[in-house]
Design a binder for this molecule. Structure first.
Ligand code: FAD
Length: 404
């Protein structure tokens, strides 16, 4: 028999966005239900860059210290061209004076999700696992969602507000009929969590600069452990899932031009990326957050962080409206602020990716010849360092010019 659950907020998807929105709603003492079609947290490491703004948000729920302890701070970056180090930059304190977390933390998405999930559990909350969202309807008074539960039965969840945190292929976005605008050009990326034996020490991020693609080695916690991220060239025609690990390893060795031994592969994956964002983040009482609303290249490590911040922005507004402390119009500023952010984000990550991986001769020349000799000097200038840190750490995002 079909049953109905009633709640204030229904969150669809327990990735980093949904879990962090749930954590914020706990903080504001708002009732919610969070559903997830999988049977548990992702076992895959996926995103690894945790930015200062995210750590500031974690601090408010007592998770920042734990995250820092579990992760590795990106202390230095080395630029490698033709197998040789051409520049070394100190990143350990790059945002000094700008944030209590003046660095980029490297902590796998799976570990971020676990931190958030355990926070929810400590607060007496649980995810409804193996519960899949199927359809929704809404009126001026509320939303109603149909889900199928772990036992295969249908259930209705009625909520004042519904938030689709259901990732890039979002069914909520489709159900709301929102557009997902952007480039149709896709690039294929690969990621691999491995151990590497090579001539370089394990205390730095290594970026191999080449003529046509991205290749970077991020040191992870653990002996010789690295996350390798790279891209295939534009003309690469295979689909996700068709690429064998051997092809990835061969490409890494070819592009790094280094004598290296890669072993103990914990995880590898390929994924295709468009650059897109929705035309609006909400429709009536339904909202989107995270990858359901914006996707882009991994350049700059922004994806997971942006979803966490979407959730943060929405949670306090929903809380004030539900507590009758603010007019519903406040919720319109979620779309206004986060849509503008998504536009800026897709532009800046595209530019970063172009600069790091484009095969266009001038950019390739700048990257392999000019950047290594200029980078140290540029980052020795306070204004340039502050600009870079403020942009990448996301602490520069503000809405002072907005309607609020
Ligand atoms: C292989 C890989 C590597 C990546 N590497 C990087 C990186 O290096 N840097 C970076 O910034 N980003 C990276 N990303 C992107 C990053 O993982 C995403 O930006 C981030 O996961 C977005 O979080 P999210 O919670 O919005 O979406 P997701 O993590 O996709 O979570 C959505 C959740 O919703 C659930 N769901 C979907 N549909 C339904 C439904 N109908 N009912 C119930 N539940 C549903 C899904 O099962 C999932 O758990 C990578 C992604 C992949 C796949």
């Amino acid at each position: 028999m079909e049953t109905t659950i009633k709640t204030d907020v229904l969150i669809i998807g327990a990735g980093p966005t949904g879990l962090s929105l749930a954590a914020q709603l706990v903080r504001h003492d708002i009732d919610f239900v969070i559903i997830e079609k999988n049977e548990g947290l992702t076992p895959f490491s996926k995103a690894i860059g945790v930015q200062a703004r995210t750590l500031e948000i974690y601090e408010q729920i007592g998770l920042a210290q734990k995250a820092v302890e579990q992760g590795a701070i990106a202390g230095k970056a080395r630029m490698v061209v033709g197998g040789e180090i051409r520049a070394e930059i100190d990143l350990s304190n790059i945002g000094q004076g700008l944030s209590a977390y003046p660095y980029m933390l490297l902590l796998e998405q799976s570990k971020n999700e676990r931190l958030l999930y355990e926070y929810l559990q400590r607060k007496g909350k649980e995810v409804l696992w193996k519960a899949e969202f199927k359809s929704l309807s809404q009126t001026e008074a509320g939303t109603s969602a149909q889900i199928v539960t772990a036992t295969g039965s249908s259930q209705t969840i009625e909520a004042n507000y519904l938030v689709g945190c259901d990732g890039a292929k979002s069914l909520v976005r489709h159900a709301l009929g929102l557009e997902f605008q952007g480039s149709t050009v896709e690039r294929m990326f690969f990621v691999a969590d491995v151990q590497v034996d090579w001539k370089f020490s394990h205390d730095a991020l290594h970026v191999c600069l080449s003529q046509d693609s991205l290749l970077a080695f991020f040191p992870l916690k653990g002996d010789k452990r690295y996350r390798i991220v790279g891209s295939f060239p534009e003309e690469f025609a295979k689909e996700e899932g068709e690429v064998l690990y051997e092809e990835i390893e061969q490409r890494i060795k070819e592009k790094a031009q280094l004598d290296l031994d890669i072993h103990d592969v914990d995880w590898f994956s390929t994924y295709k990326v468009h650059t897109r964002h929705v035309n609006k983040f909400s429709e009536g009482r339904c909202f989107l957050a995270g990858d359901s609303a914006h996707i882009h290249t991994p350049a700059g490590g922004q994806g997971m962080n942006t979803g966490i911040q979407d959730g943060y922005n929405l949670a306090w507004k929903v809380a004030l409206v539900l507590e009758d402390k603010a007019h519903e119009k406040l919720l319109e500023t979620y779309n206004e602020e986060r849509l503008e952010n998504a536009r800026n984000l897709t532009r800046s990550t595209d530019r970063m990716f172009q600069f790091l991986a484009s095969s266009e001769w001038f950019l390739a020349f700048l990257r392999t010849n000019v950047l290594p000799s200029m980078a140290k000097y540029i980052l020795s200038l306070d204004s340039a360092r502050n600009f870079m840190f403020t942009l990448i750490s996301q602490i520069g995002i503000n809405y002072r010019h907005g309607s609020l």
